[in-house]
Every structure is written in C-alpha cells, then in structure tokens.
Design a protein around this ligand. Structure first.
Ligand SMILES: C[S@@+](CC[C@H](N)C(=O)[O-])C[C@H]1O[C@@H](n2cnc3c(N)ncnc32)[C@H](O)[C@@H]1O
Length: 367
C-alpha cells in the first residue's frame, strides 16, 4: 500500500491539510459544531484557534483514483439488544436490552409515529441538565437505575452506560461496519490485523477479536479504555489478542508508519474535535487528510479495507469520498461512500419505519 514519493520542497506541516486556516471569509476559528449529538469526548472543547497540523506532509499520489460506488446507504434495523423504536420532535426512542430510552436527535424533524403514552413509558430520558454530571443528566421515570447494564450486539457482551454526554457506551449505527468487518475476518483464512482508531468502549474491537482478528485499539481517553477492558472481561475475551492503547490516534499511526507496522483492516471514527491524553488537538477538517494518508501507508499489502466514519460535521459524504479516492490513487479496488442510517423498527423491533441518518462514511475495499 506504500507510495514513496514525497511532495518536493514541501516543508512539514505545510501540506493541504495544514494550509487551510479558517474559512473563505477569513475566519481563523473553526466552524461551530453542527446541531447533532456530541461525541463522547466532548472533552474536546473547540480549540480557540486553528491547531498546528501534524508533522507529516501528504504523500504525492499517482495513478487512477479507485472506481466509485455512490451513494451507498448502509442501513440497520438494529441487531442483538438494540433497535430504534420511533423518532420525532427532535428525539429518538430506543430499546437497549431491557431499557427503553429517550435521547435528543436533531435529525428527527418529523412527528413521532407512536402516541405519547408509548413515549411516556420509558426507563430513562436524557435531560442534559448543565449542573449535573454522569447519571445526574438522566431522568429515570420508573425507578432509579444504575450507571451500567449488560447488553449484547453481534454476539459480544458489553455494558450500556448512562454517560453525561447523552451517549450509552455504543454507537449502534456502526453495526453495519462491524458486521462487514466480522465477515471479512471470518472469511480471511488467516488472523487479520485490525486497527480500531478512536475506539471508545471497544465494541468494534471485541467483535473483531471474537471473529479471530488480532486487534489494536487506540483511544485518548483512559476512562474509555477502562470501560473497554471491562467489556473485554464481560465478553469472556480476556485471552483474545487485543492491545489497548491510550494515546493520541495521530501520534500512534505516525509511529506505526515509522516502524513499518501494517494492518489489514483500519476502522477510523474520529470526532469533529478531540484531544489526545497530552492535550494533542484533533480537528477533523485540519487533520483528516493526513490521517487518511498515513492510514493508507500502514495498510498491509493484502489489506481488506479502510473504513472512515464521520459524524457531527457539516459536510457532504462527497467530501470524505473524494478525499478517500485521492488518498487511494493507484491502489485499485473501489471506494464506496454514503450515509449510515438506522431505520425505525417499531415496538417489536421488526416493523420498518423511517430512516434516521446518523453519520457519513467512506470505505476503500480492494474489490
Ligand atoms: C465517537 S467515539 C468513537 C466511537 C467508536 N467508533 C464506536 O463506534 O464505539 C470518539 C472517540 O474518540 C476518542 N478521541 C478523541 N480525540 C482523540 C484523539 N486525539 N486520539 C485518540 N482518540 C481520541 C474519544 O475518547 C472517544 O472515545
């Protein structure tokens, strides 16, 4: 997957990824976050000024851009313990195992399908109270619930969790990528090496490991890594080959590139803004081109896929699609891009309703 040439005369940190400082109106501040559920590590306050780009120029890519498949809408009706019951009025009603949960959902512009008595009978609702943390930001209409509860997706056990960022410890729209990954790992006939960047509570890492992959999981949050390890124990995968790495994702892949390490599948699901454990700033619009560029360099010669998801950004899937195609010039294969959506599945989990868009994705596959 390597291409050797570097852009002649280009100084580090002056590539296209770093050249843009602000928007066309000359603003040096990044745009305000879109009105979408915020990422778990909100931690990541919006940087006061545009951050420095990482010390790595983009590679000069030659050859054809891979053929494209667009638009691809990867849709899930739920799986395992999760399904979306209903949505509307800026909220969604979801089933996570035994619990029915209401959370804000800016995309649900329509009216709910189910009557209010269904929405009233929930176990938890996110209130977002600003003076509270953790479960304090949740309301439990029936009875007080603990912070965590057991869940299962794609055969992997893990803990649901009422977090103060409205998230519940898993992003179920990713099920479609995880199902694809699981199939690839099981069909490979050799242990695939999977790199899970921005891996959060590790559900994707556990799905990959359970299918037989050797997994490297990277996340900046010590807390998230702790939860991921708890999930590993819960799923009985203690002995599975998973490296849990608490580090800035960009720093990690730069080091892997220097060391010549490679992976067969890379999943990357970056937030719009994030921070590494040592305050390293992640800014999607600044750093994504270099991140993808490095990911390409650390794809193994027999790579099976590079999967990018982007959420909470104001962009078209075409922006990450064309970036992926430029990055993968000369690699052959195909780049397919579009949206990840979750379809309402009703109370029984099996009655298709409206599609709720959750994020954009782009993935390169060798065929
Ligand atoms: C949306 S979550 C990823 C969700 C995950 N892909 C899943 O589906 O379960 C974003 C994660 O990025 C992590 N993060 C934020 N900035 C980071 C950085 N600079 N390096 C590594 N991880 C970072 C956060 O701690 C958080 O766990």
């Amino acid at each position: 997957m390597r291409q050797k040439e570097r852009r002649p005369g280009q100084k580090s940190g002056t590539g296209p990824a770093s050249g843009r400082r602000g928007d066309e109106r000359g603003n040096s501040r990044p745009p305000k976050p879109a009105n979408r559920p915020a990422p778990p590590q909100q931690a990541a306050r919006e940087p006061a000024s545009a951050p420095a780009a990482p010390e790595r120029p983009l590679m000069e890519r030659s050859g054809e851009r891979p053929p494209e498949r667009v638009p691809v809408i990867l849709e899930s009706l739920g799986a395992g313990d999760f399904h979306l019951i209903d949505s509307g009025n800026g909220e969604k009603l979801e089933q996570y195992g035994p619990y029915r949960i209401i959370r804000p959902e800016g995309q649900a512009l329509w009216k709910p399908s189910f009557p209010s008595h269904v929405w009233d009978k929930v176990d938890a609702a996110f209130t977002g109270d600003t003076d509270e943390e953790g479960t304090g930001r949740w309301r439990f209409p029936k009875e007080a619930l603990g912070e965590t509860w057991p869940l299962n997706l794609l055969g992997v056990d893990f803990l649901g969790r009422f977090t103060s960022f409205r998230h519940v410890g898993v992003f179920p729209e990713q099920i479609v990528h995880w199902t694809w990954m699981k199939q690839q790992v099981e069909a490979a006939g050799r242990p695939l090496k999977v790199l899970n960047l921005f891996g959060y509570t590790g559900v994707a890492s556990l799905v990959a490991a359970a299918a037989g992959a050797e997994v490297t999981h990277v996340d900046a949050s010590k807390k998230a890594i702790g939860w991921a390890r708890e999930n590993q124990a819960l799923s009985g995968l203690e002995k599975a080959p998973i490296r849990w790495i608490c580090e800035d994702a960009m720093k990690f892949i730069l080091r892997e590139e220097r060391r010549g390490n490679s992976y067969d599948i890379i999943l990357t699901d970056p937030p719009k803004f994030g921070r590494g454990p040592n305050g390293e700033v992640w800014h999607l619009f600044e750093h994504l081109p270099v991140m993808l560029d490095i990911c390409r360099e650390i794809l193994s010669p027999k790579a099976v896929g590079l999967v990018l998801t982007a959420y909470s950004i104001r962009a078209s899937f075409y922006s990450i699609h064309e970036l992926m195609r430029e990055t993968m010039r000369g690699a052959g294969g195909v780049v397919e891009s579009g949206e990840l959506v979750i379809r309402e599945a009703g109370l029984d989990g099996n009655t298709p309703g409206r599609a709720l868009s959750t994020s954009l994705f782009s993935r390169w596959v060798p065929k």
